[in-house]
Ligand binder design. Structure first.
Ligand code: ADP
Ligand code: MG
Length: 526
């Protein structure tokens, strides 16, 4: 397996990746980054959604762009406004200290605002085809001196009928640029564009391979991201003897989850790629001996772990692709013992789960999270049976002596209650668990994703956004979901009715101007 260090990236970029918590390049990144950096060939890259294609072209392009250049240096075309924004955000987050300006340009946003940023000078434009054509026709965008052109989600752009626009844009660019096309599928039209508009290109695919899934019982829970931790605690608490691996996407997440677990009194540890071989062995040994019964790991760190008889594998974060799903859950249910694989899915990830399910040809049942009452009852039951077991074996004399002593001055039920309180301080308290939002009760189609034309740079925070929306139309806080505050924009999901109220409000108050809140054009991932 290649590491980011092997790909020819600069120290600065490696630092950025470390900060972002990316441990290892995805297969498509490992393939494209060195080729793009080498500076010769064009690229057609095929890989499924969620495999990190943005960084696959974003990282090497950022490395190759120069600072203080007057003209646009790179154009990325994306099919929808939301994708254009996401891609621009991701590239922006990868640029490190380099002075480069990356701007999304899409229909729906006011042309004036875009003109202002284009005038100031932009290095990377991430745009939807329609709006790029608008700017080309107004001569407010010149693409005659670009170094890179990327067609992102090319199949999707064709599906949306952008072939003509894309061709036109290609014809408005200088022939000596380098062109890259990324797509989840490779229909014939895509190859035709490559033949016609690209130079010497290399086709890079990531093979899907054959997938087989073990006998593990597979279930999933729909939870909002902020409720994942609480859900995890309930799952662990309701088990007789939980012994499991919890998978996170980045090492930062793995450490955070492990630390929260430790804070809450669990025997947990984190395993990630930053540990020395010695540290790693030590942690694994503790896990094998069950001194630690919960190991929170990244895919990379978990590779090659040979631990048997896990009761659970938990996908705290959805795996990157079907292969890694199969790989992760293959660690439970071994040696004839039944294991459970649990996957947390946020409403936004639901489609990706369906894709994993289909590709891995496996059945993943939907289940509901245990209720706090049930968790507490299970705990009590467990203590009862453990106490009964101790009574049935042999009680030690010194305990019996102390017991008689205590009973001489108090009633048995009082002294026993005091003892339980002393031993299980707070454990049966419903308040030690927090509410979990029922995202499953929300009809997928009944909700509206909204676009908010303000972001972090305007001082917006998720809390401020929630307060603002509540103040504007009295929506209950628990109905405000999927909050995403990005640099310049934000997104939020509301039930249909409330969303309509809010949209109506802004249509009324902002006559003539582009309203602050509008319907988000949904990308295919949503
Ligand atoms: P795609 O375009 O292939 O659908 P994206 O570029 O949108 O995928 O990436 C999907 C997610 O994976 C993003 O949240 C991104 O930040 C994350 N990601 C990308 N590369 C890595 C990596 N090497 N390690 C961990 N996470 C990554
Ligand atoms: Mg993408």
């Amino acid at each position: 397996m290649k590491s980011f260090e092997d790909l020819g990236l600069t120290e600065d970029t490696l630092k950025v990746l470390k900060r972002k918590g990316y441990e290892e390049p995805t297969p498509i990144q490992a393939k494209t980054i060195p080729v793009i950096l080498a500076g010769e060939k064009d690229i057609v890259g095929q890989a499924q959604t969620g495999t990190g294609k943005t960084a696959a072209f974003g990282l090497p392009i950022l490395e190759l762009l120069r600072e203080n250049v007057k003209n646009v240096q790179a154009l990325v075309l994306a099919p929808t406004r939301e994708l254009a924004i996401q891609v621009a955000e991701e590239i922006n987050s990868l640029k490190g200290k380099k002075k480069l300006s990356i701007v999304p340009i899409y229909g729906g946003q006011s042309i004036d605002m875009q003109l202002r940023s284009l005038k100031k000078g932009v290095d990377v434009v991430v745009g939807t085809p329609g709006r790029i054509i608008d700017h080309l026709e107004r001569r407010t965008l010149r693409l005659g001196e670009i170094s890179f052109l990327v067609l992102d989600e090319a199949d999707e752009m064709l599906n949306m009928g952008f072939l003509e626009d894309v061709t036109k844009i290609l014809e408005n660019t200088n022939p000596d640029k380098r062109t890259m096309m990324f797509s989840a599928t490779m229909p014939r039209e895509i190859m035709r564009i490559a033949e016609r508009h690209m130079g010497d290109y290399e086709l890079m695919g990531v093979q899907k391979g054959n997938l087989t899934v073990s006998q593990t019982d597979q279930i999933y829970f729909e939870v909002s991201p902020s409720d994942k931790f609480e859900a995890l605690c309930r799952i662990i608490d309701i088990e007789e003897s939980f012994y499991g691996l919890i998978f996170c996407r980045t090492k930062i997440d793995a450490e955070t989850v492990a630390n929260h677990l430790i804070d809450r009194g669990y025997d947990a540890d984190a395993l990630h790629g930053d540990l020395s071989q010695g540290q790693r062995e030590k942690i694994l040994n503790k896990f094998r001996k069950r001194q630690v019964n919960i190991l929170v790991a990244t895919d990379v760190a978990a590779r090659g772990i040979d631990v048997r008889d896990l009761t659970h594998v938990i996908n705290y974060a959805l795996p990157q692709d079907p292969e890694s799903y199969v790989h992760r859950i293959g660690r439970t249910g071994r040696a004839g013992k039944e294991g459970t694989a649990i996957t947390f899915v946020t409403p936004e990830e639901y489609r990706k789960l369906q894709y994993i399910k289909k590709s891995a040809k496996t059945d993943i049942r939907r289940a509901t999270l245990p209720k706090v009452k049930d968790v507490i009852n299970t705990k009590k039951q467990r203590i009862k049976s453990e106490l009964a077991e101790i009574v049935n074996s042999k009680l030690q004399d010194n305990y019996l002596e102390m017991s008689r002593d205590l009973l001489s001055g108090n009633s048995p039920d009082e002294i026993l209650a005091a003892l339980l309180q002393y031993a299980f301080h707070g454990e049966f308290d419903e308040k030690s668990y927090t509410e979990i939002e029922d995202v499953t009760s929300v009809d997928n189609k009944g909700r509206t994703r909204l676009f908010v034309a303000k972001g972090k740079k305007d001082g917006l925070t998720p809390k401020k956004l929630v307060d603002f929306i509540r103040e504007k139309c009295g929506v209950r806080e628990d109905k405000i979901k999927g909050i995403q505050v990005l640099e310049k924009f934000s997104f939020v999901t509301l039930p249909f009715h409330e969303a309509e109220m809010l949209l109506e409000h802004f249509r009324k108050t902002k006559k003539g101007r582009w309203p602050l809140i509008t319907r988000a054009k949904e990308g295919k991932k949503k």
